[in-house]
Design a protein around this ligand. Structure first.
Ligand SMILES: CC(C)=CCC/C(C)=C/CC/C(C)=C/CC/C(C)=C/[C@@H]1[C@@H](COP(=O)(O)OP(=O)(O)O)[C@]1(C)CC/C=C(\C)CC/C=C(\C)CCC=C(C)C
Ligand SMILES: [Mn+2]
Length: 369
């Protein structure tokens, strides 16, 4: 049985990655099925192979000097992406302010595309969104990847993908996640939830690595850095889910593994009622522990990123992880209290993140990753 169905992560305790550990799971009918972790790990391997191939082709070095600054109109487009990022996600925005200018602009463009994709299913017009609308959004994505952007925000992303070796697959997969949000409001087990988290958040990690860059001195494999980036996305999404239990329930959604709820003696009704009981506290403790495991997995990869990218990624990791501490501090009342990291704690995270960003890559300290 794969670890995920037992509630454990296969990379935990230094186990080999799913590629060599658990390619097959068994469903309740006794049929062999490929686990979500294996499916996602296959994407990680493909993305890592693409990045290695593209880095051998010195596209960036061959660019004319004037490509370093965006052309007319594009500067405005990137600035607008920055404003949107600042408006919707102050913490990420703070992180991007610690990056080099070219990387910051690229992350803003990616952020805005992700935010717009999420708004399709979560925004004010969500009730009118159909799978066909998502198909059209995907067609638009293909167009911008082939240099035919539809509007100025797409043009910023189109420019970004011409500057960094970014592949279309994680973008397509995020749209797939939004498709699943249209049809699905329950997750039978962690394997299903893991797939959802990959689609809507793990993909962000995969999109970001080519922009963040891997340290030239790092001895880690590209696959292991991608795995860590994926883990950060999953950790963030699990944290999001645990923070928003009450809010999601009010929209009829429960992003928690149904089998684990049942094992804890809890039902959908308990979630809709929203009373904090010892059963709920114990269930939450287990979910928080799992989210922290993914953050730990991510930590090993941050040190392998290029020096200039480590600080913002550490900052966002530390800040996001603190939401879990706040859920604990709220005595696990995530039904009516929103876990929130105060300004003081946010500011304190910056120097801590800076200190961590100065550490040598793990792969150099421990010999190999
Ligand atoms: C090796 C290593 C560790 C590399 C780092 C890789 C890296 C930068 C990973 C980033 C991971 C990350 C920030 C994931 C985002 C996860 C997330 C919050 C997903 C949200 C999905 C839907 O959730 P929901 O609807 O429940 O949430 P809301 O209530 O609507 O908020 C998303 C909303 C999907 C869309 C994601 C975004 C809009 C965020 C994209 C963020 C970036 C591109 C910025 C990354 C930059 C930094 C500095 C970390
Ligand atoms: Mn959303």
């Amino acid at each position: 049985m794969p670890c995920s169905l037992l509630g454990l992560h296969p990379w935990e305790a230094g186990r080999p990655s799913p590629a060599v550990y658990s390619s097959l799971a068994v469903n309740p009918a006794g049929e062999a099925v490929v686990s979500s972790e294996q499916k996602v790990y296959d994407v990680v391997l493909k993305q890592a192979a693409l990045l290695k191939r593209q880095l051998r082709t010195p596209v960036l070095d061959a660019r004319p000097q004037d490509m370093d600054m965006p052309r007319n109109g594009l500067k405005e487009a990137y600035d607008r992406c920055g404003e949107i990022c600042e408006e919707y996600a102050k913490t990420f925005y703070l992180g991007t302010m610690l990056m080099t200018e070219e990387r910051r602009r690229a992350i803003w463009a990616i952020y805005v595309w992700c935010r717009r994709t999420d708004e399709l299913v979560d925004g004010p017009n969500a009730n009118y969104i159909t799978p066909t609308a998502l198909d059209r959004w995907e067609k638009r994505l293909e167009d911008l990847f082939t240099g035919r952007p539809y509007d100025m925000l797409d043009a910023a992303l189109s420019d970004t993908i011409s500057r960094f070796p970014i592949d279309i697959q994680p973008f397509r997969d995020m749209i797939e996640g939004m498709r699943s949000d249209l049809r699905k409001t329950r997750y039978n087990n962690f394997d299903e939830l893991y797939m959802y988290c990959y689609y809507v958040a793990g993909t962000v990690g995969l999109m970001s690595v080519p922009v963040m860059g891997i340290a030239t001195e790092s001895k880690a494999t590209t696959e292991s850095v991608y795995s860590a980036a994926l883990a950060l996305g999953i950790a963030n999404q699990l944290t999001n889910i645990l923070r928003d239990v009450g809010e999601d329930a009010r929209r009829g959604r429960i992003y928690l593994p149904q089998d684990e709820l049942a094992q804890a003696g809890l039902s959908d009704e308990d979630i809709f009622k929203g009373v904090v009981t010892n059963r709920w506290r114990n269930f939450m403790k287990r979910q928080i522990k799992r989210a922290r495991m993914f953050f730990e997995e991510a930590e090993r990869g941050v040190t392998e990123l290029s020096q200039a990218s480590r600080w913002p990624v550490w900052a966002s990791l530390l800040l996001y992880r603190q939401i879990l501490d706040e859920i604990e501090a709220n005595d696990y009342n995530n039904f009516t209290k929103r876990a929130y990291v105060g300004k003081g704690k946010k500011l304190l995270a910056l120097p801590v993140a800076y200190g961590k960003s100065l550490l040598l890559p793990c792969s150099l300290r421990n010999g190999q990753t």
